[in-house]
Every structure is written in C-alpha cells, then in structure tokens.
Ligand binder design. Structure first.
Ligand SMILES: CC(C)(COP(=O)(O)OP(=O)(O)OC[C@H]1O[C@@H](n2cnc3c(N)ncnc32)[C@H](O)[C@@H]1OP(=O)(O)O)[C@@H](O)C(=O)NCCC(=O)NCCS
Length: 308
C-alpha cells in the first residue's frame, strides 16, 4: 500500500506541495497558517497524524492531521480531522482509507468517541471542502454521517459598499447603543454569552479576553433604556487589508426585528475604521442575511461526524 510514518513539522514543505495539488485555489493557505492550525496547535495529536509515501517511488502521496479535544466539558472525547488528502495520481488505491483507519484506531485507543471533519479550533476547513461525489463518498464509506445542508465562507468588499453606506440607522439608534467593548463590560459580555450562546461562542470569547485580545475587535449592542447587553460581534483585521467577522449574535428577546442587521452594519463600519477592505465571514448558512451587505459565497463545505 505505502510506507506510513508520523507526520512531523519537518514535513511542512511536503504538506504544502500536496495541499496545493489537492485543494482548489480558493482554499490555499500560507505555511504560517498550516503550522498554526496543525503543528503549533495545543490540541494537535501527533500519534494519530500520519504521512503515506508510495512504496516504489518513495514520494509522498498523502497525509492525515488530527487534533484531540483539550476540553472535556465542551467537547468530551472528541477529535477532529484537520486535514486529509491524497494526491490525485494515487487516489482510489485505498490510501485515504488506510490513513483514516490507522488514525481512527489510535484515536479509539485514546478513548475518543466522536470525530468531526474539520471544525476544530484554528481550523483549515469547517467541513468537507468543495463537497462533491469523490470526497463525500470517501467519508461515507468510512462511516461518517454528512449534513444535509452545505455551508459557506462568504466575502465582500466593505470599502466600496453602498449597502453599508445607505443603511438607515435612525430607528435603531432610539433603542440601541453600539460601540467597542469597554474593559468594564467584559464580564457582562461573558454573562450575556453564557445566557444566550453557551458553548463554543462563550468559550472562544472567554479565551480571547483571557489572552488579552484587542477590545476594538469586539462590538457590543446595549439597550438604550437600561444598558443591558443585547448583542455582540467579533471581528478581526489581518495584514494586507483583509478582515474577518463573526460570530455575531443578539438576544432572543430582540430577534426578528432587524437588530441583527444593525449590529452587523455597525461592525462592518468598525472593520472599515480598523483598515479592513475585504472581509470574510466563515462557516455560515446565512447567505441571504449577509447577502444584504453584498457578501457572496467563495468556499463551500459540508460538515460531517462519526460516532465511535
Ligand atoms: C478524499 C480523499 C482523501 C480520498 O482518498 P483516496 O485514497 O482516493 O480514497 P480511497 O481509495 O481510500 O477510497 C476509499 C473509499 O472511498 C470511496 N471513494 C473514494 N473516492 C471516490 C470517488 N471518486 N467516487 C466514489 N467513491 C469514492 C469509495 O467507497 C472507496 O472505496 P472503493 O475504492 O473500495 O470503492 C481524496 O479524494 C482527496 O484527497 N480529496 C481532496 C481532498 C479532500 O477533499 N479532503 C477532505 C477534507 S480535508
């Protein structure tokens, strides 16, 4: 079948080459991102991450990179497939299955009970990228259950964007106050998240604040009447004018009245102020909601999991 060895940081160059062969241009990443998502990630699982080489030619043919949960409360006995790929010339020879099965065996021995395709912290993919027959059937044949709906990464130009400029904020301003999170509101934000969005969103905000993340990247919405926090939005600005937005969420009590659009608009304005030009909203099914500000899908995924 092939020679299998542990996947190691010294293989970065090999992985980058395989990656460019295996994934569409829209998914391409820099080496720094690979290291951040795989080898330098605190939950990277060395023992279950493998490289396969063609026996005769000795050249790398594919690999699997896996992470295991460090948080038993949020993700008990959970692992994630961060990356799994086989070069096109070596496909349909059982190499992908061999990598997966060897990795799964090690994960079982470690007590893992659930495996997700992507969706890890600091992930490369939020599901199967560009889902089509070949990669979907592969995961089904390995026992994964795939989600019926696809989801997307969306992108928009926020500089030349009339939808942001023309948004009428007047009615919302009577009821809500939006602004950058102030230090003294940090614990109030965490209480809000615990109540409205317990789980990953709460966990990630706590980690962000705990690591002294910049407050200018968090927008909150308060009630003008009693100062209660009613919504929040996380943003990020990267080098070169790209930005990220999300999660964004508002209290159940004010849903259905376009308040979500308002905080989204205010957050896009803040991203502009911070110098972002093109913004990505990843891992969402809400094409129409974000489409109001001209966000369009640039990458498509289908999520899936397997219970062991
Ligand atoms: C998904 C991928 C890793 C599969 O690798 P592979 O080595 O070709 O897969 P295998 O030969 O082990 O296939 C195992 C089973 O999967 C299914 N399968 C794989 N490719 C298939 C295809 N093109 N059409 C239908 N079924 C397919 C089959 O059931 C196959 O068993 P069989 O050959 O006995 O019928 C490979 O296609 C790939 O690298 N794709 C691009 C990267 C990607 O999308 N990765 C996933 C997320 S990180």
């Amino acid at each position: 079948m092939g020679n299998i060895s542990l996947l190691q940081k010294k293989d970065t160059e090999i992985i980058m080459k395989l990656y460019r062969e295996c994934f569409d241009h829209a998914f391409w990443i820099q080496e720094g991102k690979l290291n951040e998502s795989v080898f330098d990630a605190p939950d990277f699982c060395e023992e279950a991450s493998l490289l396969i080489r063609d026996e005769a030619a000795g050249e790398p043919a594919g690999c699997i990179a896996v992470k295991t949960s460090n948080d038993q409360k949020l993700y008990p006995d959970t692992a994630w497939i961060t990356l799994l790929m086989v070069r096109s010339g070596y496909r349909r020879r059982g190499m992908g299955r061999c990598l997966y099965e060897m990795s799964e065996k090690i994960l079982r021995e470690k007590g893992i009970r659930k495996i997700y395709i992507g969706q890890d912290f600091a992930n490369l993919f939020s599901g199967i990228p560009s889902p089509k027959r070949e990669n979907e059937e592969f995961f089904r044949s390995c026992g994964f259950i795939l989600n019926k709906d696809e989801h997307y990464d969306l992108e928009a130009d926020i500089v030349n964007n009339n939808k942001i400029d023309d948004f009428d904020t007047m009615e919302f301003e009577k009821e809500f106050i939006t602004g950058i999170l102030k230090k003294e509101d940090s614990s109030g934000l965490l209480d809000f998240l615990k109540e409205e969005f317990p789980g990953r969103w709460e966990y990630e905000a706590k980690a962000y604040l705990g690591n002294a993340g910049k407050l200018e990247n968090i927008i909150i919405m308060k009630s003008a009447a009693d100062d209660a926090i009613l919504g929040y939005c996380m943003t990020a600005v990267h080098e070169g004018g790209t930005g990220g937005l999300g999660p964004v969420g508002i209290a159940r009590s004010i849903r259905g009245r376009h308040a979500g659009e308002y905080i989204l608009r205010q957050s896009l304005v803040q991203l502009r102020r911070l110098g972002a030009e093109r913004v990505c909203i990843d891992w969402t099914i809400l094409k129409d909601f974000y489409g109001q500000f001209d966000f369009l899908p640039v990458r498509t995924f289908r999520s899936g999991y397997k219970e062991l």
